[in-house]
Design a protein around this ligand. Structure first.
Ligand SMILES: [Zn+2]
Length: 52
């Protein structure tokens, strides 16, 4: 997989992110930032438990 799962862009460095609805995906930094700001990424990877 060498393309962003969100915008489909190729030839960019991809970041692993855990999307709240789509699960683990590879996305470019731009989309990562966007999803991050939209609060669509799951935080605290490696830890289980609620984030309330
Ligand atoms: Zn993207």
């Amino acid at each position: 997989m060498d393309e962003c799962a969100v915008c489909g862009r190729r030839g960019v460095s991809l970041l692993w992110a855990r999307h709240k609805e789509r699960g683990g995906i590879w996305i470019c930094a731009e989309c990562w930032k966007k999803l991050y700001e939209d609060n669509m990424l799951v935080y605290g990877s490696g830890e289980s438990g609620c984030s309330c």
